[in-house]
Every structure is written in C-alpha cells, then in structure tokens.
Design a protein around this ligand. Structure first.
Ligand code: IPE
Ligand code: IPE
Ligand code: MG
Length: 249
C-alpha cells in the first residue's frame, strides 16, 4: 500500500500501514465535560466535537481506513434537557448544510444509520440528499449514527424478518445470522475491527451491539474535542498488537 506523504516519519513508525483495521467505530464522547472544564455551555463542547469529527474523519481517510462509523446521537440522547437537544439539532442541521459537504468534496461516501423517523421532514430530506450526493464517492465510507441504538437496530431487522415470515417468504426456523445482518443499517459492510471510546467511560452505550461482537475495544481518558490524529494512530497501533482469536485458539 502506498502511504500518503502527509505523515511524518514518527507517525509512519507508529502504525503498520499494511495491517490496518478495515472498519473503525468511534463513540464521540466527552463534549459536555470538555465544555464544563472551560466554563462554557455544553453546546460549545458539541461544536468543538464537530470540528474534531471533521479532522479525525479526514485523518482516517488519509491513513487508509475504509469504513468509519461515528456515534453522533443515540436513541437514549433524547433523555437530555430540551435546550441541549435543540442546540444539538441546530448544530447537526448546520453541519448537514456546510460541514458534511466539505467531507463530500473529499470523496467521502456518507451513510446515515439509525431511525431518521424522529427528525423533522426537512432534516430527513437533508440526510437523504447528502447520501444521494455522495453515493458515487469511492473514498472512505462514513456511517454517521443518528438516533441510533444497537438494540433498536436489531428490532428493526427482526421486524423485517417477521414481515417476510408472515408473507411466507422465509421460515422462522431457517433464520440465520446472515438474515439478521441483512437488515441491519450496516448491511453488507465489514464489522468494526476496532471501537474507540474516549472520555474515560468503559462502556458501549448501545453502540453496534451486533456488529461489535468481536471488535477490539480501545478506551482513553481524553475528551472527544481533544482527540488528535496521534490518538487515532495510537489506537490503531494498540489494535495491531492484539491477538484476535474469534473464539479459536
Ligand atoms: C457526546 O458528548 C456527544 C453526544 C452524546 C451527542 P456528551 O454530551 O455525552 O459529553 P459528556 O459525556 O457529557 O462529557
Ligand atoms: C454515547 O455517549 C452516545 C454518543 C456519543 C452519541 P453518551 O454520553 O450518551 O453515553 P452514556 O450516557 O455516558 O452512557
Ligand atoms: Mg457522554
């Protein structure tokens, strides 16, 4: 593989560019605490987190990662105060209008995962427009998880399969993992090899429960807005030292 010339010698020594994870999931956590530490409103933390998101997606693409899934808003995040949700929605909408377009221009293919039904119609239109506008891009595939929950994703798949069973197209006893996988939001994609969670929390918070069955997990105390290219390289480097056994020996 040709390593891009934009990496310093030191950076090139951190990871083995021949043995990269194909798919990295990122739980972008810690925006609120980042803001609090600075005496700023939580919404400033989200704005700072959005900038980090843009940087890291670009870095991942340059490193040669094929798929990145970022957790941006969970099905449980609706439990937050209304003003924080409003600020987040405004930020997301602004990002759909401006920020994601910048990524689209860099050959990133954008795919939204989650249940869009909870968003306003104009918001949903923007999501669809963004997917359509980038569908022929051949660079990094970026899954943006919005109103996403691993459990609700599995329910979504099960409902589809029950519908087919009712129509007599499949038999319940014939259902396999492949059938469930077919109706996940990430259908057809490789499972995440590596899931990164900053902010000092050691949990998945409903992120990619099915797909993450054998993902390597990497945690760090850094808050998401402070996450750097070096942290990403370090996570990949640590991943490369793991021994993945998938239940074997
Ligand atoms: C993650 O940062 C962003 C979203 C969940 C939208 P948080 O807002 O959860 O930040 P902390 O965990 O409170 O610091
Ligand atoms: C996970 O972070 C969701 C996103 C980053 C979008 P949370 O902040 O919502 O997770 P918990 O509540 O700490 O588990
Ligand atoms: Mg959090």
């Amino acid at each position: 593989m040709k390593i891009k010339n934009i990496f310093s010698k030191k950076e090139k020594n951190i990871v083995d560019f021949e043995n990269l994870p194909q798919h990295i999931g990122i739980i972008m956590d810690g925006n609120g605490r980042w803001a609090k530490k600075r005496g700023l409103p939580r919404s400033s933390g989200h704005a700072a987190g959005a900038k980090t998101f843009e940087r890291i997606v670009e870095d991942a693409g340059n490193i040669g990662i094929k798929i990145v899934t970022v957790y941006a808003f969970s099905t449980e995040n609706w439990n937050r105060p209304k003003d924080e949700i409003n600020a987040l929605m405004a930020l997301l909408e602004d990002y759909l209008d401006n920020g994601l377009n910048r990524l689209a221009g860099r050959d990133v293919k954008i795919h939204f995962i989650g249940d869009p039904g909870a968003f306003s119609e104009s918001f949903q239109k923007k999501l669809m427009h963004m997917e359509k506008a980038t569908e022929n891009n051949s660079g990094l595939l970026l899954n943006v998880a919005l109103n996403y929950g691993g459990r609700s994703e599995i329910i979504h798949s099960v409902k589809k399969l029950i519908g087919q069973a009712v129509e007599g197209k499949i038999k319940a006893e014939d259902i396999t993992e492949k059938d469930i996988e077919k109706y996940l939001y990430t259908s057809g994609q490789a499972d995440p090899d590596l899931i990164i969670r900053p902010s000092g929390e050691y949990r998945l918070s409903n992120f990619m429960l099915w797909q993450g069955a054998y993902s390597e997990l990497w945690f760090s105390n850094c808050l998401w807005p402070d996450f750097t290219k070096n942290d990403l390289l370090q996570a990949i480097s640590d991943y490369q030292k793991r021994n993945r056994r998938f239940g074997g020996v």
